[in-house]
Design a protein around this ligand. Sequence first.
Ligand code: SAH
Length: 366
Amino acid sequence: MAKLEEMTPAGTREYGTGKQDICELTLTELTALLKEWGEPAYRAKQIYTWLHQKLAPDFLQMSNLSKGLRDRLSEHFYITVMEPVEVLVSKLDGTRKYVLRLRDGNIIEAVLMRYHHGNSVCVSSQVGCRMGCRFCASTLDGCVRGLTAAEMLAEIYAITRDTGERVSNVVIMGSGEPLDNFDETVRFIRMLSDENGLNISQRNITLSTCGLVPKIRELAELDLQITLALSLHAASQEVRETIMPVARAYPLREVLAACRMYFEKTGRRLTFEYSVVKGVNDTVQEAEKLAQLLKGMHGHVNLIPVNPIRERSYESPDRRTVEAFQAVLLCRGLSATIRREMGRDISSACGQLRRSYEKRNAEQED
Ligand code: SAH
């Protein structure tokens, strides 16, 4: 088994049992393992399909494998299955917010949004986050750990199992900074778009980042066909620093240069996310500056009226202010939309669901 250990990322071997998470293996890795076990190559594909298409929760169900092979698999591996501990359902638009428990007891959240063009899932990439953006609830307690690719897949599988509906779009915009968990996130994207798995086109996958410059450049080199969304939130270095500590490490100029490089390498248009905060970055002058900054960038601006969190004093501007902001961008020839808030009646900002769940549970234990 020494070889297998080299192939799987650290942290996927379960404490106590020494078993590994089989959902972490790509089809290529699974094929290499089965070959080592003296099994024919098609067996790997069969197992992969059970895991990533039929979403089998255990090896027993894999009826086209011999009992011997199933036993051998369960001796060495486990299958990540995530049970929702809470599901909030919107009566307005069918949005479903999931609180999910990981095997080690950590809690994360994921969201299913139903659009005309299909079902979209917003996945978390870390338990918590260490980027410190001022308006974001995910980062208030720091980062506990990055999620494995298998855990990110399991978020989607849990939702698919729950609803029985196909997921056609995935946005990596839940808690965490995906580029701070680079290898696992890339593995996740590759497995998600594998034709033997859920086969979600990379064009239907969006990765949102706060702007880790070296990692954006590394990602561009991989030539994936995903959409990169940059959390910009300001039109100047000065304002950006006040809301995003990470801006001090990676100046705006360098972030935008990395974005330009991403576009040149991949040919994929970027999305710029701009959370609009009352009195901080919501003026028409800021909009003018933003238009100037993004001139010639081939990007799309997504305006998100900030979702206020209790721990901070940030407020959302009124609708007209956001519309005026958008109008300036449109006038300057940029493409810009205001994000429609999904599941308003079960409204909770990034990371708030997990926090409220953990808090309630802690109170019960006291
Ligand atoms: N770490 C990634 C993914 C984070 S969440 C990133 O920074 O892009 C996805 C988007 O939601 C980011 O643009 C983030 O800044 C934004 N966001 C987080 N909390 C928010 C809130 N309370 N109101 C509005 N936007 C928020």
